[in-house]
Design a protein around this ligand. Structure first.
Ligand SMILES: Nc1ccc2nc(N)nc(O)c2c1
Ligand SMILES: [Zn+2]
Length: 374
């Protein structure tokens, strides 16, 4: 048995949910894990030590953004993305397919790959499966994602089938081009829109090729939580339990809880960081908008049950003041809190699975969220 390029072990399970550990060349990551989004080589507004302080272990970077600026070659010359951004724990990079379709102009998808113009300066670029592997290797990413097309939603079955089958051909080309190294892995991405037969076909095709992990793509594209869970219910039975499963772009806290119950091990989402910049704070009793006047004289922390730096030293009134005054520190304090909240949620889920008490944890989670802010 060849040594796993990326060792993953299941330490406990509770129903379909798993508590595991991922071993990479830059250290381990406990799962279920929430990966903090650091798209352009930074978790916006935070120093790496602040990010690590929240409990984060894996940071996510992005091929699309980094290939355009400062370029993968420049980052490689400077020692790779870990050194460049001073993050010495695991890094996962998305392959750019999703971002090209949502950010670039004049993009054209062919069998070869995606031709597009940069949203920064209009320069022309070609992203092929081979180039996507090359870029992520230059970045020295621990977990590389295949180049795929995130099928637009909604899509007719024949359109979804054509899109998925091209992504499966690209996945094979990625596997052929990927340079295997111990502690580094390549994940396939399941597509197939909302059609169970296409999701099964995609999951089976990827496992035929063989990957170190399997992502579920093509979701968190506006389909809503109910449809997302239906698609997961149709997809998860076809993914081997031996390897980690990663639900891309998800999600709000209740999305994550429901997906963990269905066997997802890894998540990433801009929600805690992006909403931190727009004044939204996540709490055990549901989200609050700190800009709301009701917080202006409130001496309590964002979440009285939270132990983060923000909640242990600053009041809602202070964060309200900073955000209303457009002070830099406002979004920084909220981002620290939100990421801490997400990591606490993941730690609670891991602990509950270990104890075989996931159902009780989930009921308490929903009860508290429904209680609403004090
Ligand atoms: N919702 C998302 C987010 C990121 C994605 N990245 C890739 N490569 N593919 C998808 O389908 C995604 C979906
Ligand atoms: Zn807090």
């Amino acid at each position: 048995m060849t040594e796993d390029a990326l060792k993953y072990e299941v330490l406990a399970s509770d129903g379909a949910a798993r508590r595991g550990r991922l071993h990479t060349a830059h250290g381990t990551a406990e799962t279920p894990a929430f990966m903090t989004v650091g798209t352009a080589g930074t978790v916006k507004g935070l120093l790496p030590e602040n990010v690590a302080d929240t409990g984060a272990e894996i940071v996510l970077g992005n091929t699309y953004h980094l290939m355009l600026r400062p370029t993968a070659e420049r980052i490689a010359e400077l020692g790779g993305l870990h050194k460049f951004m001073n993050w010495n724990k695991p890094i996962l990079t998305d392959s750019g397919g999703y971002q090209v379709m949502s950010l670039s102009e004049l993009r054209k998808i062919t069998e070869e790959g995606v031709a597009f113009r940069s949203h920064l300066d209009g320069s022309r670029h070609n992203l092929t499966p081979e180039r996507a592997m090359d870029i992520q290797c230059l970045l020295d990413s621990n977990i590389t994602m295949v180049l795929d097309e995130c099928t637009p939603y909604p899509a007719e079955p024949d359109v979804a089938a054509d899109s998925m089958r091209r992504s499966m051909r690209w996945a094979q080309r990625c596997k052929d081009a990927f340079i295997k190294r111990p502690g580094y892995g390549l994940f396939g991405i399941v597509q197939g829109s909302v059609y169970p037969d296409l999701r099964q076909e995609s999951a089976e095709a990827l496992q035929e090729i063989g990957f170190d992990g399997y992502a579920v793509g093509g979701l968190a594209v506006g389909e809503g939580q109910e449809v997302m869970f239906e698609v997961l219910d149709a997809t998860m039975p076809h993914l081997t339990r031996e390897r980690p499963r990663y639900l891309m772009g998800v999600g709000k806290p209740s999305d994550i809880v429901g997906a963990v119950q269905r066997g997802i091990d890894m998540f990433d989402c801009v929600l805690p960081t992006r909403s931190g910049r727009t004044g939204q704070g996540f709490t055990r009793r549901g989200p609050i908008n700190i800009r709301n006047a009701r917080h202006q004289a409130d001496p309590r922390p964002i979440d009285p049950d939270c132990g983060c730096k923000t909640c242990s030293s600053y009041s809602r009134a202070y964060v309200h003041h900073l955000v209303k005054a457009n002070e830099m520190l406002g979004p920084i304090l909220l981002t620290i809190h939100n990421l801490h909240y997400y990591q606490e949620l993941m730690a609670g889920l891991r602990d509950a699975i270990e104890k075989g008490e996931l159902d009780a944890f989930v009921s308490a989670f929903h009860r508290q969220q429904a209680a609403g802010d004090l």
